[in-house]
Design a protein around this ligand. Sequence first.
Ligand SMILES: *[C@@H]1O[C@H](CO)[C@@H](O)[C@H](O)[C@H]1NC(C)=O
Ligand SMILES: *[C@@H]1O[C@H](CO)[C@@H](O)[C@H](O)[C@H]1NC(C)=O
Ligand SMILES: *[C@@H]1O[C@H](CO)[C@@H](O)[C@H](O)[C@H]1NC(C)=O
Ligand SMILES: *[C@@H]1O[C@H](CO)[C@@H](O)[C@H](O)[C@H]1NC(C)=O
Length: 383
Amino acid sequence: MPTPEQIPIQHEREARPMKRRHSASYYVHRARDSLTTRVSKIVCGIFLTLLFIGGVAAFIAWLSLRPHRPRIHIRDFSIPGLDQPTGFDNAEIIFNITARNSNQAIGYYYDSVEALVFYRNQMIGSAPLVDSFYQEPKNTTIFYKVLSGATLNVTSDRWMEFRNDRALGTVVFRVDITGMVRFKVSTWDSKRHRMHTNCDVGVNPDGSILASYKNKRCLLGLLVLCLWLSLRPKEPKFAIIQFSIPTSSSSENPRATFSYVLEVKNSDKESSIYYDDILLSFKYKQDMAGNNTVPGFNQGKGNNDDQHVPPVEINQRVWRDLAKEIPQGTARLNVELFTSIKYKTWGIKSKHHKIKYQGAVPIGSDGKIKDKKKKVKLRRSKK
Ligand SMILES: *[C@@H]1O[C@H](CO)[C@@H](O)[C@H](O)[C@H]1NC(C)=O
Ligand SMILES: *[C@@H]1O[C@H](CO)[C@@H](O)[C@H](O)[C@H]1NC(C)=O
Ligand SMILES: *[C@@H]1O[C@H](CO)[C@@H](O)[C@H](O)[C@H]1NC(C)=O
Ligand SMILES: *[C@@H]1O[C@H](CO)[C@@H](O)[C@H](O)[C@H]1NC(C)=O
């Protein structure tokens, strides 16, 4: 009866004579093989070690360079007069919020930082905090603000609601800090990122901050977390070019038109932009001189389009005054552009963004853009 153990023994007996037959060359070969194996093992080892050290170094560099987001803390918040039934007459909200740049080597540029105060998701006040400033690494900036009068919208009904909450022990508000931030790493500047933080804050019946909310870190909006280091599409750029208007009015034909070309630039390398109808209005002083619409279109990545528009009829009453000023070379038309755009980045469409741009076309005595300038760039305007 062959047991399982017997089978390998038989194999060994058959194998041995074969090995003996080739012994000399076989062992030389094997020695050579093991030498090359050892050399390649050492080379591999060195390579892997270098790779590991390189990886660790890169990881440390990444850790130290990785931009930390601004750290926003609520230090103080109070609404004095909360204990008075008619306090809304001269209601005030006072807050102290700090923004820290905890990076070692990265500075921030802040732009249009604003504070908005909410009560039950209704905005009750807002105020700009800083327009634009540079915050160096390891710096803390204090946003201290008193909201009152025109910056605060507290009605007697609202005050009653505060008072009802107060009777239960706490009134909870929310402060949102919004703005734009860019990073600066030595000489390189990042794109602008939207910052949006919100801090819930509760106050005592006397209107002072509850201890449990003091020095709390504010949450960065989820959107910001996701978009933080992702690519935010660049806004399109608009300019008026080839502007031309008659230099005088004729009495037999009081009608006149002006013409221009709208230059539209999408400098974003990753996103195409879909424009809804673009409405352009041109005002002379306070009066509408003319307006027209550029039909919506789609613009590919990094494209530059010139939108030719039909001549724009000038309001006759306005033309009478405007025509008088043109020969003097001091006339100007204020342009406003409204549209709504959608970005498409890597196949993903954004939601609609309403945008408004504005600018002024200075008109030379030749009826063209003054001083032989080629274009009038339009600036993005906030509301
Ligand atoms: C605001 O809070 C910071 C940090 O607690 C403090 O150093 C600073 O003095 C406060 N500023 C005002 C005006 O209260
Ligand atoms: C932060 O920077 C501002 C202006 O650059 C400076 O006045 C302030 O002293 C700095 N604060 C700290 C804590 O370094
Ligand atoms: C103040 O709040 C009331 C109620 O929410 C609102 O109807 C009103 O438009 C607000 N006023 C201002 C100036 O924001
Ligand atoms: C365009 O101009 C006309 C007058 O010329 C005015 O009645 C109309 O409201 C303007 N449209 C817009 C959207 O401003």
